[in-house]
Design a binder for this molecule. Structure first.
Ligand code: ZN
Length: 354
């Protein structure tokens, strides 16, 4: 079930939302920012439920009631929707006629979508106390759509809450941002994510720690990584970019390096993650020399201990820089990805150790 309690590690954001609900001070427009997978959409849905919860109607009279021990009454008293009334159920099943979700059509949210929304908002809500519009990936509004949306924000319809969801404020027009109450959703702490992966996904503590660190505070990313065999991919990658452990000075055949580059270049989406993984590996080899307790890949401690010793700091820093340059080049649209990866593999395989 969607509720505020299931949104982890966002005390401040949820506290702010429940305060608005408690005071029945519902703003016309809210902007939720934060990386993917930290609970922004669930918070928007829960807020929509709370605004319209049938139980919520009576919270004011129930909160002072010392006999308010009925489950739903307790929940509504702190601004949390009951989850079981008709309205809550409709919103949860995405079938409420007054809770509207707008998502990009193709790469963008287009002006036609915003015009259609404008038309809908000129009419009265069908049944909601507060009509709620959730604009996911609001940064994908093109300029024309943004300007059309600004018109809605300038004359917000009654009993309507517009919730914009985006990664960060600068991705939106300043004039749009300034008309919204901004609520930031922080990345989830590494410890919280690791405990959750340990308890709910059954990952051992070291595995859970690595996944939590590599997901950079995104619950959805951590879960996806855990469930799609990220650890196996990482192990393959490390093997692919490492020299022969029995003969680390031996030059690696260029044909082998180019075939690995070809495999990595096949999918641009996975390539970005693969490069991040490689970077984290060299980061660990560097950091192990000074602060071994701060490595990410704790499950590979013995391997890191052995390999880190074999390279000078300078050599490791060069390899790290080579990966960063490749990342930079790959983000450009006209890059020959295979060529960039060929060069990277050669640089990573260079045997300039002491
Ligand atoms: Zn309800």
């Amino acid at each position: 079930m969607t509720d505020f309690e299931s949104i982890i590690d966002q005390k401040q954001a949820i506290g702010f939302l429940t305060t608005l609900l408690k005071k029945e001070n519902i703003p016309h427009a809210l902007l939720f920012t934060g990386i993917d997978g930290v609970g922004k959409h669930d918070a928007a849905m829960t807020f929509a439920m709370a605004c319209n919860c049938a139980e919520f109607d009576s919270w004011k009279c129930e909160i002072e009631d010392s006999n308010a021990n009925h489950h739903s009454k307790e929940k509504t008293a702190v601004g949390i929707p009951c989850g079981c009334c008709r309205s809550c159920k409709k919103i949860q099943s995405n079938s409420h006629p007054d809770v509207l979700s707008i998502t990009p059509s193709g790469s963008f949210i287009k002006i036609d979508q915003v015009r259609a929304l404008y038309q809908t908002l000129t009419m009265k809500p069908h049944e909601a106390r507060y009509r709620v519009v959730i604009l996911a990936e609001a940064q994908r509004m093109n300029l024309a759509a943004s300007n059309a949306f600004l018109k809605i924000l300038e004359e917000p319809p009654d009993q309507t809450v517009l919730i914009l969801i985006a990664e960060k404020k600068p991705d939106l027009l300043q004039t749009v941002v300034s008309r919204c109450q901004h609520i930031r959703f922080n990345p989830i702490s590494r410890n919280t994510l690791a405990s959750m992966l340990n308890e709910k996904e059954g990952r051992n503590p070291d595995d859970a720690f690595v996944l939590a660190a590599m997901s950079k505070g995104s619950l959805s990313k951590a879960l996806a990584m855990s469930r799609t065999g990220w650890t196996n991919r990482r192990n393959w990658l490390i093997k692919a970019i490492s020299s022969d452990p029995d003969d680390p000075m031996a030059a690696r055949p260029a044909g082998l390096l180019f075939s690995i580059a070809a495999q990595l270049s096949e999918n641009r989406d996975t390539l970005e993650d693969d490069l991040e993984t490689m970077k984290s590996w060299f980061r660990d080899l560097i950091i192990f020399k000074y602060q071994p307790e701060k490595i990410i890949h704790r499950d590979l401690l013995n391997q890191i201990k052995t390999v880190s010793k074999k390279f000078t700091m300078n050599s490791l820093l060069h390899k790290m820089e080579a990966i960063k340059s490749a990342q930079f080049l790959i983000q450009r649209s006209n890059t020959n990805i295979k060529l960039v990866m060929d060069m990277l593999m050669l640089k990573l395989a260079s045997v300039d150790k002491t």
